[in-house]
Structures are given as structure tokens and as C-alpha cells.
Design a protein around this ligand. Structure first.
Ligand code: RB5
Length: 194
């Protein structure tokens, strides 16, 4: 497979070790940097570069690393078509593929040890998407990206909204009930979200 990798300075060491493992296993590795742990850089640049490469069809998967994996996953997910998953063990890496059809694996260089990251990456790359009901959910994500109407709106699991009034308002003397505008009394309360 061809794998794109990228990290900021906080993810440099883990990214470099994972890239070496990938190459040793016979994969083609495209490294978008950064190339030092000593020079602070901004993770969105690397997350976007990896995600664009994967979504463009130039790599099978991406592996991104920052300090926590959080920032770089947020950045990668801004690329339309990217499904970047922050994983921290074999279970989350497996589910990211089986249920979410993730195409970019994100890891935390400061939060996930090398052994766990190694196992998570190996699992991610060897686990297939299960499709079925999960495909419907991926399709819904894709519709969100393209601004097309949701097809979930008419289903029983469609989103509802529930409003709970904070009881601390009593202490502040401004409880909604006292003001005669409690939402429940006006019949605006909706079914709780499932
Ligand atoms: C860099 O200090 C750190 O903020 C970054 O690597 C990452 O953890 C952000 O999500």
C-alpha cells in the first residue's frame, strides 16, 4: 500500500518510527514532514496535506501524529472526503475502520506509547470496513459535506431537541417558572434525542 504520513514537532518521533515500520513492511511511504522535533510547527498544515493526498487518491491511507492527535485530526477532517479518526489503541483503530471507514489514522505522540501506536496502526491498515448500516451513516456524513438534504430526517432516529432548565437559577432568583415562561408550560419541550 501507499501510506501518507505527517506530523507536527510533537508527533515527529512517533511519526518517524511508524514511517520506518511501514517501509520495513514493504509499504510506500510519502512523508509530508515535519522533519524535526525541535522546531515548533503548526499541525493543521500537515493534517491537511496528508488528508488531501489521501482523498485525492494518491495514497491508500494517511497516518497523522501531533501531541494528542486531536488537533491534527480536526485539521484533517476539514478536507472534504477525509474521515480522520483519533485512535489510541487496537479497539479504537479497529472500529475506526469497521464502522467509520476512516481513511486517516491520527495518533497522539505525547499520549500514546509506541507499542500501542504500532498495534493500532497495524490493526487500522489490516481491517476492512463492514459496510451495511455503517455505509448509510457514512453516506449521511458525505451529504453533510456537500450540503445536500439529510435522508435521515424521516427516520425514527431523527434528531430531536430537549431543553433542561438549570435548577441553579432558583438561587439567582430568576427561575423561568417564576417568570411564567417555563418552556414545559408552553408545550415546547420535544422528545429526547435517542
Ligand atoms: C503542540 O504543542 C500541540 O498543541 C499539538 O501537537 C497537538 O497536541 C494539538 O492538538
Amino acid at each position: 500500500m501507499r501510506i501518507a504520513v505527517g506530523s507536527d514537532h510533537a508527533g515527529y518521533e512517533l511519526k518517524t518510527e511508524l514511517a520506518r515500520q511501514l517501509a520495513d513492511a514493504g509499504h510506500d511511504v510519502v512523508d509530508f514532514g515535519t522533519q524535526s522535533a525541535d522546531v515548533p510547527v503548526d499541525y493543521p498544515v500537515y493534517g491537511r496535506a496528508v488528508a488531501e493526498f489521501v482523498v485525492g487518491g494518491d495514497a491508500d491511507y494517511g497516518v497523522c501524529v501531533c501531541g494528542t492527535g486531536i488537533g491534527i485530526s480536526i485539521a484533517a477532517n476539514k478536507v472534504t472526503g477525509a474521515r480522520a479518526a483519533l485512535a489510541y489503541d487496537v479497539t479504537t483503530a479497529s472500529l475506526a475502520r469497521r464502522h467509520n471507514d476512516a481513511n486517516v489514522l491520527c495518533l497522539g505522540g505525547r499520549t500514546t506509547g509506541l507499542a500501542q501506536a504500532t498495534d493500532a496502526m497495524a490493526t487500522f491498515l489490516s481491517t476492512a470496513f463492514e459496510g451495511g448500516r455503517h455505509q448509510r451513516r457514512i453516506d449521511e456524513i458525505t451529504r453533510s459535506e456537500t450540503g445536500r438534504a439529510s435522508e435521515a430526517a424521516d427516520r425514527p432516529d431523527a434528531v430531536g431537541r430537549s431543553v433542561l432548565q438549570g435548577s441553579h437559577r432558583d438561587d439567582q432568583g430568576d427561575h423561568r417558572d417564576d417568570q411564567g415562561d417555563h418552556r414545559d408550560d408552553q408545550g415546547e419541550r420535544q422528545a429526547p434525542t435517542r
